[in-house]
Every structure is written in C-alpha cells, then in structure tokens.
Write a protein of this length. Structure first.
Lengths: 466, 496
C-alpha cells in the first residue's frame, strides 16, 4: 500500500485480503494426481497393467475436487487455499490403498470386502456434507447460539450405540449403530458437536474459569469450585471408555476438552489438573480393564505373545519390510495385517510407500493442523478461535493416537485415520470439519466490512446492544 | 488467547516430530532386526519366491528352481535326492534350509555382496533379484559308484563314503546312506512337508544326519595308520617297515588285571616277532597295542591332531563333527586304554571324512590339504565370481619318508593282507581295513580306507558301514563289506 492511500490500514499491510483461489486450484490438481497416480500404480504393481476403469475413477475424483473447489469459490472465497488440496490428496491416497487391499483380499478369497466402491460413495457423501456445511453455516458465530443444542446432540450421539437394538458391538467396542444395511459411528459426528459445545460454553465461562486460585510451584491452580466442568468432561470420557470400551475416543474427547479449556482460560494450571486426572483415569482403567492391560502389554513387549499381538507385530513387520522407499504400491503384503484397510491403513502405506511416503503423509497431516491453528490465531472472535483450535487439535490428537498406536509409539487404541481409513462416518465427519475450518478462515481473511468514518456532526454514538 | 494457541501449535509439532522419529526408527533403524526375525512371513515369502540359483555337479544341476503357478512362484527341485541329499540339504518354507542350501544361501538367493553389481542391475530393470550358481567338486561317477555300492548291501544298511583328491583336498564323493527325499521337504504342500519332516525326525535311521561328516564312530583298525605314523615318526623307536616288532597271541598289562588284548586271527600275529609291514597287513592288535604303549598316549594324541582330529572348521561349506582321540586328557590313559586307543577303540571316534583325510595325507607325502566341496560360484550371467584354490591345512602331519613307508605298508595290506578286496588289476592300491567292536549286542562297524594308484595317488577313499541290515555279526568285516564299495569308487575316479 502506498502512502497515497488515505485509509485502508497503511500501518497493517497484513490485512490485504487475497483470495488465492488460483493457487488452490493448482494444488488441487496436484492432489488429484496423487490419488489417481496411486490408483494407476496399484494396478501396475498388482496386475502389471493400468486399470481399465482409471478414466472413470479419475473423472470421479477430479470432479468431486472441482465441485468442492467451486463451492469454496462461491461460498467461502477467502478461505485458506491449502486445506482442500491436502484433504483431497489424503482421501485419494486412502482410496487407492483401500482398493489395493481389496485386490489382495479378493485374491486370498477373503470373506470381507471389497471396500473401495463404498468408500468412493462415502467420499461423495463427504464432499456433499462439506458443501452442506458451507451452505448452512454462513457465519460460524451463529453456531454460538446453539451451544447447548450441540451439547445435547453430542450426548445423544454418544449414547445412541448403547440403545439396545440400535447399537451393535463390533470387536468388543460398542460404538456403532445400525439402521437397515448401514452402520454408522456416531462418535465421529459427536466430536464436532462437542467442539462447538465446548467452544460456546468456554467463551461464556472463560473469565470465571480463569480466576486464579492457589498458586503452587509457580503455577496458578484453579479454584476448587471451578473444577465442575472438567470433572464432567472427565467422567464423560471415562463413561465412553467403560460403557463403549472405546479407548481412542475417550482419550480424544478428554484431550480435546483440556486443550480448549487451556486455550480459553490461558491458565496452564488446567493442563496440570487435567493431566493428573488423565493419569488417574488411565491408571484406574489399566487396573480395572483387561482389554486396556492387553493393549499396554502388547505395546511394551509384543513379541511376548506373538499370537495375541499378531496385528501389531505384522504392522511392524510391514513397516520394516517397506524400508526407506517401500515395496511399491501393489507389491507388498499389507493385507497380512488384520484391518490393514482401516485402523492400520498407515502401516499399509508405510509398507508400500516406505519411510519416504509415510513421512510425506505425516507432513500433510501436520500441515493440515498447522493451517487450522493458523486460522485460529488470526481469527478475530474468541468463539471461532476456540472452534478452529479444537478442530485442528482434534486432527492432531487423532493422528497421533492412531499413527502412534499402529507404529508402537504408544499403546494401540482404535481410532480412524482422518480421510484415509475405510469407514463412512469418519469420512463424512472429517469433510464437515474441513468445511468448518474453511468457513472460519474465510470469515477471518475476508476484508473487513466497510466502516464509514464518523462525520464530525455525527458524533453521537450508538451503543450497540448485542 | 493467542499465546495458548501458539503453545498448542508447538505441542502438536512435538506430537508429529515424535511420530516421525518413531517411523524412522521402525523403518530404518530397527528394520533389519525386524526383517531378520524368523516368524516374519513377509520376508520368508519374498525370499522363498525368488528364483534361486542352481547347485551344479559336473555341469548338470542337481538342485534348481522351477517356475510354478502358485503364490511362491518357484519350486525348489532336486534331480536326484537319493544321491545328493546329504550335500544339498533341503530348502523348505517351514523348516528353513540346511547344508549347502543354507551355507551357500547368499549366492543362491542373490543376496551375497559378491552379487552386488547384478543386484543393482536388477534394481534398475526392476527384475526380481536372481541367484548365482554353486558348482561342486563332486565326481558324479564316484558318487554314483558309492551310492550303488550301498544299494547292493542288505536292505536297511547305514553308512557313509568319502573320496578326496589327495593332492588338492577336493571332495570327489561324499555319500551318506540312507538318503532322504529333499523334494518332499521343498514341496509347497506344507502339511505334507510337516508330516514328512516329522517322520524323518522320528526315523530310527536318522536320514537327516550326514554320516560322512556329522557323526563320528570308533574307527577300529583303520586308526592303526595313525599309531603306525606315530611309531615311525618316533626317532627313539627307530622303526622301518622291515623292522622286527613284538607281536604274540595275547597282550596283558601290569595294571590291567585280568584284561587281555587278543587278535582277530593268530595266523600271522600269533608269532612272537613279525615285521612292521606284516603287523599292518594282518592288522595285529597285540603288535599295535605294544606300539601304542611304546609311543605313549600323548604322542598318539598329537599325531591324531596333526591329521585333523579335534578340528571342526576345515570343510569350506558344510558342518563337520570334530574327531576325537580321547574324551579326557590323553596323559590320564592307563596302559590297557592306551593300547585300545592305539587300535582305534576305547574313546577314539572319527568321521569317515577324517579317515579319508588321513589316507589322503599319506598319499600326499604327509601334507594335509583342506577339504573343499564348492569348486566355484558364478553370477546369474555365468561369470565366475570365486574359484576355490587348494590350500594346505597342516604341513607335515608326517614327514615325506614316513608317508612313503605308510603307503608301502598299505599296498602290502592290499596285496597280501586284510584289504585284498581293494585290489584293482594293473593298479597298485593301498588300503587298510577296520572292524570296530561296540559292546556285545551291537553289530561292529565295518571300515576300509584306500588310495590309488599308490605310486601317484589320484584318490583317497574311506568307506564306513554302521549297520549292514540283516548281515550276521560274524560276517561283518571291513574288507568284505566295505571293500567293494571303496574299490568301485576308486575305479570310477582313476578310469573315467
């Protein structure tokens, strides 16, 4: 900006609004090349020929990416240009990998699968939910009005799988519901509702919760009577653990609440309190639940019982077998690992794309989180900041828990790998999260509405009541 | 609120850094360790699905990989397991590999550093790495002669034969009987493999053991060659083949109580004094008992070691059991034990390979050559990567003169003694028989060693029969049973 410009923030050149939609389109093109290229590589690696339905699939992926892109141009023109390409690249890679596992499962005559066809449909539904969120939520601040509705919704969604006749128990975890032929994991959607609820609640209560209590070891610990909400969240996540036996979600929900509480109050003391509660809960569940003990034992020494910990051992073997550059898509044996298409899709990718590939994938997730947190930083309202932080951190926690679990960094817990794991609810929910982040970033980067400077004779100010 | 968001950003960064470090650890640092674990099916299948190089005898593959239409792509196939099972060993998915399949795995599978260049080429052309070939020193005619010889014995016979080229140490024949069907272990029908392997393990004949090198047995009178070598080398005794030595029909011991050492036959040995050559030719126990006592157990042990006793590392690519003179300290042996040791009884135990090496050493002027079975290895495109050079294992196990004396006495043993069954028309052959007693209920071991032609030896052979099936105890003698086998092997080498 030149000095000749009279108003428009000469002191703050940052605020020059740029849409960057062209950049997004280019990145999107690269992202679709990743997905379609992976699909072709799978065909070449497995059958030695390019799959005949490549044009159809390429058309589908490029088409969906373009639809999402056009939706952003129309509905959120100032949104972050990097988020959508990352999501499309991850989604495309996931699809190719699931298709690759399908081929192996089919060759082995496995009773499960194929999954890729459904996953493509779920991707389409994910894009639909993405557009729907952009359409419906024209301003994220509106959501604040529905704070407790979202809280209630989250609770209902979490309780649904416990309703007899509706909930189904799959592999010991009571986190699915089945309606007709469809099964759905309501916890994935509950995650979004919880973030909105936490954000709305904390925006209102943050001052009270930020009141310092006792100072101990240089940290301001909160007052005892303010412990209520955190205790509720703690009990809720313990409830998820006890009644649904879902270690991963329990960890995710509590971590999410803790982080948002800390961001809202700016009091590290909450992290200390939360950390202690987490430790207590973890120790309690280790003592009480045999399935938690098994997870910990399998983490500390999987080779102590190669039958019981077969899955994690196979995952490690797969990663080692992949080595630096991987076996090449279609040329490893990822299907040896049970659930190589869902929870263990990262180790499948690690086996076939190698360390190089897995580092790139982790980098994409890190970038996703970084763009989310950047949106939170520049967001102008506390509610938006909290939602963006919550959603970004939920990606980070989820990737850490699932990737750390399957690579034996931490004990194995079941969580989906965002945008990659086979499974519909996760796909739809994560696309919706991406849309919410884009909505907030659009709001944030959009040029400030024209404010007419006050005329001298117009000095009477109107105090606006909210 | 920006400060905590920045803190969270750092926190998330740390989480991702931890994930990235961990995958680096998993896929780079600990990858080799994980890949080497023996329950890692991925690596096993991959190795198992490679085209393995052949094992070659005289230009013909005896083990090769045949393409098949299943998950494993190649089936390891053995041309004639009845002839070579003890050498090739087997290559099984479930039970791993043994013998040459095991020791030469690097070359055969293509992972050996010597094959680095061809692996790089494979990588660039994205071909599966293929294996090099391993060529053996085995003379198929000699091997066949030994196998046929054992087949001619009674059903259920067990034994071994080894033939060496005395000048180089090359193994010309190495047979262990009964053999086993290596094809059945390499099969892709794993249930059947499992079944068959169990049967082999439980079999009383233990076919998985190579009797020619992995087991040791009392060598009996063939060990008299070692005692003779020690006596001839002993300057105080000052003996030559023509020297008169004491014999007699019985040898009793001052510290042996009622124990008396006797001869198999007193026709020659019963005389009070006979020549050294006569003692060897007639295999006189009493004469050799006295010689052993005269030499002393320590010098006997030293002589045995000079021939390779106690060593288990000399064969290039196969496991060998070390032969032993005595299980304890030789100085502790009392005189009956010393005398018994001198005739290859008591604690003396040797592999047929070791006895062939002793014979080869005598044929090679006293120098022990290192035995070897791999003559050369080639890359997949037939380029020679490594050729085994003959190598001296021990210099002067005996002096050249002593070797010549021993050789002369062995010839006399064939011409006019117990090893007459080795005689070949118009060729001078040397030999020595052995019949080792093992308690009253078990059949004795039958041994024979031989070399031909004695004036310019081309082959040294040892044949050992552990059990000749139904053959009656009294009919078992080295000369009669083992002789024809050793003779056939020698003939196969010298008259190709």
């Amino acid at each position: 900006m030149s000095a000749a410009s009279p108003r428009a923030g000469a002191e703050d050149p940052r605020l020059v609004p740029r849409k960057r939609r062209g950049a997004e389109l280019w990145l999107l093109l690269l992202a679709t090349v990743v997905g379609v290229g992976a699909y072709i590589a799978v065909g070449l690696g497995f059958d030695g020929e390019i799959p005949t339905d490549t044009p159809r699939l390429a058309g589908g992926i490029v088409g969906m990416a373009l639809i999402a892109h056009v939706a952003i141009r129309r509905l959120a023109p100032y949104a972050d240009p990097v988020l959508l390409p990352i999501v499309v690249a991850l989604n495309g890679l996931g699809l190719a990998m699931i298709h690759r596992i399908d081929l192996s499962l089919e060759a082995d005559g496995s009773p499960v699968g194929p999954f890729a066809g459904n996953q493509l449909i779920w991707t389409a539904l994910g894009v639909a939910s993405f557009i729907a969120v952009l359409l419906v939520v024209r301003d994220h601040r509106r959501l604040q009005a529905f704070t407790y509705t979202f809280g209630f919704l989250a609770l209902v969604l979490l309780l649904l799988p416990l309703i007899p006749g509706l909930g189904v128990n799959i592999l010991g975890a009571q986190i699915w519901i089945r309606v007709g032929p469809f099964s759905f994991q309501p916890g994935e959607v509950a995650k979004i509702c919880l973030v909105v609820f936490f954000a709305g609640y904390l925006v209102v209560k943050r001052d009270a919760l930020a009141l310092a209590g006792r100072r101990f070891l240089g940290i301001d610990l909160p007052r005892g009577r303010d412990l209520g909400p955190i205790l509720v969240a703690w009990l809720l996540s313990l409830g998820v653990l006890v009644f649904q036996r879902d270690l991963g979600s329990s960890l995710l929900f509590f971590g999410l609440f803790l982080v948002m509480l800390y961001v809202a109050t700016e009091r590290p003391g909450w992290l200390v309190v939360g950390g202690l509660l987490f430790a207590a809960g973890a120790y309690f569940s280790f003592l009480t639940f045999s399935h938690v003990q098994a997870r910990v034992d399998g983490w500390l020494d999987p080779f102590s019982n190669s039958e019981e910990y077969y899955q994690i051992i196979q995952a490690m073997y797969g990663m080692a077998y992949g080595g630096l550059l991987g076996r090449g898509l279609g040329q490893g044996d990822p299907s040896m690992t049970p659930f190589s298409y869902s929870d263990f899709i990262l180790t499948s990718l690690g086996e076939e794309l190698g360390l190089a590939g897995i580092m790139a994938i982790l980098m994409m997730y890190a970038l996703l989180v970084e763009r989310g947190l950047r949106t939170a930083l520049v967001c102008r309202d506390a509610f938006g900041k909290l939602i963006a932080t919550g959603l970004a951190v939920s990606f980070a926690l989820q990737v850490f828990v699932v990737a750390g679990g399957v690579t034996r960094l931490i004990p194995l817990t079941g969580l989906t790998t965002p945008f990659m794991s086979q499974g519909g609810s996760s796909m739809v929910a994560n696309w919706a999260i991406a849309a919410l982040l884009l909505r907030i970033s659009d709001q944030t980067r959009r040029p400030a509405p024209e404010v007419r400077p006050l005329e001298a004779d117009d000095a009477t100010q109107v105090v606006k009541m909210r | 609120m920006n400060r905590p968001i920045r803190v969270m950003a750092i926190g998330c960064l740390l989480l991702f850094v931890a994930l990235m470090l961990n995958v680096n650890y998993l896929q780079y640092i600990s990858a080799d360790e994980l890949n080497a674990r023996n329950d890692n099916r991925r690596v096993l299948v991959e190795e198992y699905s490679r085209e393995r190089g052949p094992i070659v005898v005289a230009g013909e593959p005896i083990a090769s990989s045949e393409p098949v239409d299943d998950e494993y792509e190649y089936l390891r196939t053995y041309e004639d397991p009845g002839m070579y099972s003890n050498l090739t060993g087997f290559y099984s998915f479930t039970f791993g590999s043994t013998d040459l399949e095991n020791s030469q795995n690097g070359i055969l599978s293509g992972s050996d550093p010597q094959l680095f260049v061809s692996r790089v080429v494979d990588l660039v052309s994205s071909d599966q790495p293929s294996g090099g070939s391993v060529e053996l020193t085995i003379d198929p005619d000699a091997q066949q002669a030994a196998v046929d010889g054992f087949a001619a014995l009674a059903e259920g016979s067990r034994g071994a034969a080894v033939a060496l080229d005395p000048e180089t140490g090359a193994v010309l024949a190495m047979v262990s009987t009964p053999p086993y069907n290596t094809n059945q272990l390499a099969s892709h029908d794993f249930e059947e493999v499992d079944d068959f392997y169990q049967r082999l393990l439980e079999s009383e004949a233990s076919p998985l053991v190579d009797r020619s090198r992995e087991e040791r047995y009392a060598p009996g009178s063939t060990f008299k060659l070692v005692t003779a070598a020690a006596a001839l080398s002993d300057e105080d005794l000052d003996l030559s083949p023509d020297s008169q030595i004491e014999s007699g029909s019985a040898l009793s011991f001052p510290d042996g109580g009622s124990y008396v050492l006797t001869n198999q036959s007193d026709d020659v040995c019963g005389a009070q004094e006979i020549t050294f050559t006569q003692a060897v030719a007639a295999s006189c126990n009493t004469a050799f008992g006295r010689l052993a006592l005269a030499v002393g157990p320590e010098d006997l042990a030293e002589q045995a070691e000079a021939f390779g006793f106690g060593d288990n590392s000399y064969l290039d690519s196969l496991q060998v059991a070390p032969s032993q003179f005595t299980s304890g300290d030789p100085a502790e042996l009392d005189s009956p034990e010393t005398a018994q040791s001198g005739i290859g009884q008591f604690d003396v135990a040797a592999t047929p390979l070791q006895m062939a090496m002793i014979t080869a050493t005598i044929a090679n002027d006293g120098t022990v050559m290192r035995p070897f079975i791999v003559s050369q290895v080639r890359s997949p495109d037939a380029e020679v990567l490594d050729r085994t050079q003959p190598e001296t294992l021990y210099d002067d196990a005996v002096s050249g003169d002593v070797a010549e004396d021993l050789s002369e006495m062995m010839v006399a043993t064939v011409e006019d003694g117990t090893a007459a069954s080795l005689a070949i028309d118009e060729v001078s052959v040397g030999g020595k028989t052995g019949t080792a007693q093992r308690g009253d209920d078990d059949n004795p071991y039958a041994w024979i060693v031989g070399m031909a032609p004695a004036d310019d030896p081309q082959v040294a052979v040892a044949v050992f029969i552990e059990d000749a099936g139904g053959t009656a105890r009294d009919d078992i003698a080295g000369g009669a049973l083992a002789g024809p086998i050793a003779k056939a092997v020698m003939q196969a080498v010298i008259n190709p």
